[in-house]
Design a binder for this molecule. Structure first.
Ligand SMILES: *Cc1c(COP(=O)(O)O)cnc(C)c1O
Length: 493
């Protein structure tokens, strides 16, 4: 333990201060109401300025982020976020806005909403968007509320089920359940795609719709989407597209053209906004023409005189899903990103995302088991090591290295671990997504380390089992850490 690994309270020494204010800086003749005066002094750490600065600077460096290293977290799209977005989101004219300001005083901000609506509609092939949902899962719930409202207002009350593939992101069935819809699972076939033969018997008058991701969670393009869309529409259902990871398709293929009626995007993944740690996020929802009236309120509209306004025409709307118009700063960053790329360069996003993922997959497939060998899109899944170093039944019997061990060992080399043990289709899943913003040199460095780790596992899996060897925390009990986190100073005295 380094001396600065202590908590700020543990660094505290009675009577030590990090500041000094001249008495003349305070008015002394102001009498505070008795009810506002403390009975006892607040329990604050007593530390010098240099201790405070070192403590928080060191703490910040214990964190791992896309600004400190490669972060190949599958299904999460941890890509580089251009710093110009931060400059723009920090511009006074945007930052100091209040959501209840009269529309005539925020025309610029409303124009950003409007422009973003046009840009995303063009990129996805949808008729219009709401930006009110504050996360991807929130967008899913909003989209499903729109789906339900559409069926309810047609008097079609029997449609209470939604079909979700077994490879789906966990939020899909969860959102359906929160929306009061019953989840029906459709199986994947041996190629990792939705099994159309398994889907057909599920379709009927009780189906509200299907939720899909394309490319799916295995990074595979659902080639039968045309047929699936026709089948679902024929039975009276709607198609929902989970576009959290749209980056392999941006500028190349549009979900609207595939037959999807409703979708959400994660601006805090595919559209270059920082994410992690719980927000802020943005999960805009786009719909096809016939579902426009069901979008949540409030909405931003362009009036006949060219100015922008905010309306709440809630006659058919699925309702209100957040306090105002969503997380404006996130929308602003995404808008800057789209405009910066422009029509030409936006086409490169999907190509590079796909190229990077396939490059890593092909480079490592002799060392890591590749259950589905076809061309992937932005991500792919390995199923553990080809040679995990185990020697079961031999004289010097030993346990082999697992996916967890590989992930832990990567930390020693300065890489964030990929997503592990997800999706649940494989026991030792390692899900890698490099994203489009990484250089060939970075990909090569990662590939080298992954090969080195595979060689270590074959030779001496104990090295991996004891990893990480140089991280502040090594192997916490992850369940307890998640379920009963200790988030504040525990004063033992
Ligand atoms: C991240 C993700 C979500 C959920 O998004 P949140 O903003 O974390 O709620 C949904 N679906 C997929 C495929 C995702 O990758």
């Amino acid at each position: 333990m380094k001396y600065y690994d202590k908590l700020i309270f543990e660094l505290s020494k009675k009577g030590r201060t990090g500041y000094s204010f001249g008495a003349s800086q305070f008015a002394t003749d102001v009498a505070l109401p008795a009810g506002l005066i403390r009975d006892s002094a607040p329990e604050l750490p007593e530390v010098s300025e240099v201790d405070v600065v070192r403590h928080y600077t060191n703490l910040s460096q214990m964190n791992f982020g896309v600004d400190t290293g490669f972060y190949p977290l599958g299904s999460c799209t941890m890509k580089y976020n251009p710093k110009i977005n931060e400059e723009i989101a920090n511009m006074k004219g945007f930052q100091a806005l209040h959501p209840l300001q009269p529309a005539c005083t925020v025309q610029g901000a409303l124009e950003v909403y409007y422009g973003m609506n046009k840009a995303l509609s063009a990129l996805t092939g949808m008729a219009g968007f709401t930006f009110n949902p504050c996360a991807g899962a929130h967008g899913e719930l909003t989209g499903l509320m729109i789906m339900r409202q559409y069926h309810l207002l047609r008097g079609d009350l029997a449609r209470t089920k939604v079909i979700v593939p077994d490879s789906a992101h966990g939020t899909n069935p969860a959102s359906a359940a929160v929306c009061g819809l019953e989840v029906v699972v459709v199986k994947s076939n041996a190629d990792g795609l939705v099994d159309v033969a398994d889907l057909k018997p599920l379709l009927g008058p009780d189906i509200a719709g299907i939720m899909m991701t394309n490319p799916n969670t295995l990074g595979l393009f659902e080639k039968e989407i045309g047929e699936i869309a026709a089948l679902v529409h024929e039975c009276g259902g709607l198609l929902y597209y989970d576009g959290a990871n749209m980056n392999p398709l941006i500028g190349m293929v549009r979900p609207g053209d595939m037959g999807f009626d409703i979708l959400h995007l994660n601006l805090h993944k595919s559209f270059s906004t920082p994410h992690g740690g719980g927000g802020p996020g943005s999960g805009p929802v786009g719909v096809c023409e016939k579902l426009l009236p069901y979008l949540p309120v409030p909405k931003v509209v362009k009036k006949e005189d060219g100015s922008f306004g905010v309306v709440c025409d809630s006659e058919k709307s699925a309702g209100q899903v957040s306090a105002y118009l969503g997380n404006f700063g996130v929308i602003l960053r995404a808008y800057a990103y789209i405009l910066m790329l422009g029509k030409q360069n936006v086409k490169l996003v999907g190509k590079y995302a796909t190229l990077g993922a396939n490059y890593i997959k092909e480079s490592l497939k002799e060392w890591y088991k590749l259950p589905i060998p076809s061309i992937c899109k932005h991500e792919f899944v390995f199923d553990g090591l080809v040679n995990d170093g185990s020697r079961k039944g031999s004289d010097d019997e030993r346990e082999g290295a697992t996916t967890l061990d590989v992930a832990k060992r990567l930390l020693d080399f300065g890489f964030h671990a990929p997503t592990i043990y997800f999706p649940l289709l494989f026991h030792q899943a390692i899900m890698i997504e490099p994203t489009e913003t990484e250089s060939l040199e970075t990909l090569d460095a990662f590939i080298d380390v992954m090969k080195k780790i595979a060689a270590e596992a074959a030779e001496d899996p104990a090295i991996l089992k004891a990893a990480p060897h140089n991280a502040p925390i090594t192997r916490p009990d992850e369940t307890t850490a998640a379920r009963q986190p200790i988030l504040k100073f525990q004063d033992e005295a």
